[in-house]
Design a protein. Sequence first.
Lengths: 320, 593
Amino acid sequence: MLFAGLVWFSAEAQETILMSVLNSRKHRLNVSDNPVVGVFASTDAGNSWEQRGWKEYIRTFYTEADECGVLWSACGNGVLRSTDQGTRWVITTGWEVTEVLKVAVDPSKSSTVYAATAYGIFKTTDDGRTWREKKIGLALPFTSDVVVDRSNRNRVFAATEVGVLLSADGGDSWKTAGLNGLGVRAVVQDPSNSARLWAGTQDDGIFGTTDGGTTWKRMNDGLQHKTVYTIAVHPNNSSLVYLGTHGGGVYRTENGGRKWERRSDGLGNPDVHSLLVLKTNPNTVFAGTLNGGLFRSADGGNTWQFNSQDEGQVWGLSSK
Amino acid sequence: MKTTFTILLVLCSAFAVHAQVDSLFEARRARLIDVVSREQEKSPYVIASKIHKAFEIDRALVLLDSLTYDKGIGGMFYSYSLIGTYLFTKDAIPDSLRKKVRLAYQNRMMYRGDTENHWVMYYTGLYLAAQTWPGETGETWFNGKSSKENLREAGGWLNEWFRISSTIGQGEFDSPTYFITFVTPMIALYEFAADPVMKVKAQLMLDLLFADFAAEHLEGNYGGAHSRDYPEDIINPLGAPSTMWAWLYFGEPKFEQWEETRFRPRNRGGWEAVFGALSSYRLPAIIRNIATDRSESYVHTETKRVRNIIRFGKEKNPPAFKYTYMTKDYVLGSLHGGILQPIQQHTWDVTIPTGKPYNTIFTLHPYYSGSELGMFFPEELKFLSEEVDRYHKVYTNPGKWNSSSPYEQTFQHRNTLLVLYKLEKGVMQPHIDGFFPKNLDERVVDSKGWVFCRTDDTYVGLYFVKPGEWTEETVNWRWRSRALNNGIIVEVGSESEDGSFQTFRTKVLSARIDLKDFDRKNAIHYTNRHGIEMQFSFNGPRVVNRREINLKDYQFFDGPFIQSKWGSGVITIRYKNHSRVLDFTRATIQESH
C-alpha cells in the first residue's frame, strides 16, 4: 500500500494537486457516477481531475498528502487516511474527533499529524491509530488551521477565534503568539523563509511576521476586503503572496505585503476559500471558491479561467 | 463495570382497566402495520410491515433489494433504518439479499452528520450492524474499522449520549419534528441490542423520551416550547411526526393521522412508528397516564441544554429553561429566550386542542445571522445563511414561523406570559410577527389594546405594548409590529377557569398594566386577572409578587409527574401513588406503588 503511494507521488516527479470539495449547489443526496463532492486529484496541472475514494457527502474540508503519498483528509466524519491513493479510506478517529477543518502532517515525521477542529486540536504520532486532544493553554477550542514549523517540528502554530497560538512542545501546551482576540482563519509559513509567516483574519485583514511569530504586523495597504480565508506564497519568491478573500476574490502583493492589488479578472465568484501556487510552475495558480468552483490562472493571477467543479465549494487545495 | 438491572413490579389492582388499555394498544399497532403494509413506496417501514404481515412479500423484497443500493437517503437515516428493517425481517429474506444488506455497510461511506439526532441515528445503526456481523475486519466496513472497533465506538458514543441526556438534557429537546429521529433508533436498539445493559439503557431512554413528551402532551399535541421544529409543524401541531407516536402509545388523538388530510404529516412516507408497532417495547402505564390525565392543571418546568456551541461562547452547553402550564383545555409554554438553537427554535406558544388545524397562537422575531449559525456550525460566517437556506428554505425569509432571536425574552407564571422584544437598530428583519389562525371562533381587537381570541371554550388575550398591522394570509392572520422595542402580555383561560368569554375579557381588561418604565428600561409591571403581580425587563430580573425567580433554581424536571435533580441522572415519574424511577447511573428501573 505504502509503495503504491510512493510511486504515485514520486516516480515521475510530477506535482499532484488535491482538491477538497465540501459541497455544491449541484449536490443532491443521490450519487451519480460523476460525484460533485469529495476529494479530487489532478496530476496534469488541473487539465483533468479524478475523484478519489468515496462518492458520498461527508463534508470534506481539506486533504493533503505526506512525503510517502499517504492521504489525510479533514472531514465532518473525522480524520480519514488512505494509503492507496484514495481507493480505500479509513476513518482514523473516533466519536471524540469531529468537524475537522484542517490537517497538517509533520514534514519531518509523517506519522505525526495534527488536526484542527471546531472542538480543539488533536494529534496522532502513530499514523492515526490513536489521537490525543491537545488543549492545555487553548482558551477557546475553535481552531481553523494548524501549521508545523518546518525548521523546528516542536513549534506548531494554530489559527483560533482568539488569535494565533504557538506551541513550543509539539502541541502539549499552547500560548498566544499574536493577534490576541482576533478571529484568525489561516496561518501559512513561507516555503522559502521559515521565519516568515502570514495570518489571515475573519474581519481584520492580513498580518505578517518575519521573526517566527514573535511580532506581527498588520499589512492591509490596498486590501479592501478584510476577511482573509486563505494565503498562498510563491515557492521561491517570498515577496509574491496571494490572498483569498470574502467578496473581493484574489489579492496579490509583489513586495512582501507592503501593497496589495486585487487580481480577480475572470474569477466567477468573489469568495475565495482556497489557493494554490504550483511548485513546479509557479505561474500557475488555483483559486477555489465558495459555490463557484475552481479557477486557474496561467499568468500568476493576472487573469483567471474557470477550471472545474461548477457551483462547487472548493474548500481546500494542496499539492505534493 | 458490572451493572445490575432491577425491575420491581407490584401488580396493580386495576388490572382489568390496564388489560383493556393494552388491548386498545394492540389494536392500534396491528392497525398501523396493516395500513402501512398496503403502501407501496420504498420505505424501510413499508418493507418491514409487508414482511411482518406476510403481505406482498415479493414486492417487499424487491423494495428491500433496491434499498440496499439507494443513496438517496442521508447516511445517518440509512444507517439505522436499514439495519432495523433487516433485523425485524431477516428470517423472511433470502441469503442473497442478506448479503446485499451487509454490503451496504461496506460500500457506502455513511455521513455521520452534525446534529444530535444525526449522531443518534448513525451510531445506533453502526452499533446494531457491528453487532449483527461480528468478527469482521476493517476491509469489510465503510469506515475501515473492524466490527469490534465499530461496536466499541458506537457503544461509547451512545453511552455518552445517555449520560448527557439524563443529566443535563438533550440539546434537541421536545421537538415534535425531530422526536422520531430519537425514538425510532431507540426502539431498534431496545429490540435488538444483545448486550443486556445496552438494552436496558435503550429502555431507559425510551421511557425518558416518552415521559418528557407525556408531561407536555395534550390530545396528540406536543405542547409548549420546542428546541427546533419545522414551520409547518409549528403552525399545525397535529401534523407533526410526533402525533403518530402519541396516537400509538398514548391513544390520543382519537383519529388516525394519515386519514385526516388536515393533520397528515408532510411526508406521507413518515411511517417510523411502525418500528414501535413491531417492537416488544411497551409503554409503561404510568407514562400513558401522565400523558392523558388532565383532571388537574399543573406547572411543569425543565432545564435542558443549548446545542453544542463551538464559537463565540465559553460554555459549550448553557442551560435552556423551560416553563409549561398544562390544563385540559390548553397548553401555554415558553423557553426563557435568546439563541438556544439555531434556525428552528420555537420559543413560546399556546396550543389549544380544538379538533381544527392551526390550533396555536405565538409570536416571534424572525432573526437570522451568520454569527448565530457560526455558534453551531464550523463553516464560514459570511456564507452560512445562504447555505442553510438551501436545506431549510426559510432561514432568511422575513415571514418565517420558526426562529431563535437574541432580542426575545419571556417570563411565564402559570397562564400568564410576558414577552419582550428589544431589537437593535440595523438588525436584519426588524419586525415581530404573530400567528393567529383564521379558524378561531372569535378574534376581537379591543379598543384598549387587547386582542381577544376564542376557540371553542378556550380564550386567549394578548396585549401589544406597541401596535402592529394585521394582514390576512392563507390559513392565518399575521400581526406584524415594526417597533424595535415591544412587549406582549398573554393571558390564557377557559370556560372552566373563567366562565364565559365575556367574563374572561372583563377580568383581563381589569388587570393592571404599568408601562411607565417600558421606553426607558423595556420594563413591564403587570398585575394579571388573578391579582398576581409580575415584573419583567429585558435582561432584568423576573419577579412574581415581589419575589425574584431565579431560573437557575429550575431542576432537570420539576412538576407533579416528573422530578429530577439537575445533573443527577435519576428521573422519578409519579402518578397518584405509583412511581417509576429511571436510574441512568446504575441502569436500573424501579417501579412501585
